[in-house]
Design a protein around this ligand. Sequence first.
Ligand code: SF4
Ligand code: SF4
Length: 227
Amino acid sequence: MKRNVSLDEISDGRLYGPEDMVRVGCDDCRGCSACCQNMGTSVILDPMDIFRLTKALDCDFQALLSDKVELNVVDGIILPNLKMSGVSGRCGFLSNEGRCTVHSARPGICRCFPLGRYYENGGFKYFLQIHECRKEQRSKVKVKKWLDIRDLNTYERYINDWHDYLMELEAEIEAGATDEAIKNISMAVLECIYMISYDTAEDFYPQFYQRLALCKNRLGAIAKKQP
Ligand code: SF4
Ligand code: SF4
């Protein structure tokens, strides 16, 4: 999701890499679940998030869409996000005790928070969103420990490839794609990348790259047919 704000307004002005220490430690969020409520449609789910959630819950994407996840248009493309519901706009995975019930499979945006990703020069770094976390006295934690993601290099490469592809599609839309072409883009992304069930007993990455190629081929074939 593109944000029209300057980094200076929302961050401490620094960019962080996996080995850097950053002030995010919030004592295990004890007594707080603020960022699991009223987040609107902002917790967008990438394909690996869906892989992890369907694996943890032993369900498919359609089952997630029945209550915990919804679809919305993000910069022209339909993508899934965590659904916040009820008066306080709670994430469906938040327990009555204010704890995440899918902690080990929580989405990438939840893992990062209050860090965000800043994309530049064909890669990305992390930045600290200084107005987001409610805890005032935060301790320093190494970024890679905070993210708690196995094989972080491969994950970051995947996040970057996924981001680049979405940017490519968004550029196509912004360049004046027809309504039909915009619809084709969303359908291809949803059907090829999110809806085809992943084999959760197997590694995610090869399956993702196969689906990415499928999506690219499908959109390429549609483009060739156009006069
Ligand atoms: S998935 Fe877990 S961490 Fe993320 S918003 Fe929901 S309850 Fe919070
Ligand atoms: S606002 Fe900060 S302390 Fe509260 S739940 Fe989110 S990360 Fe944890």
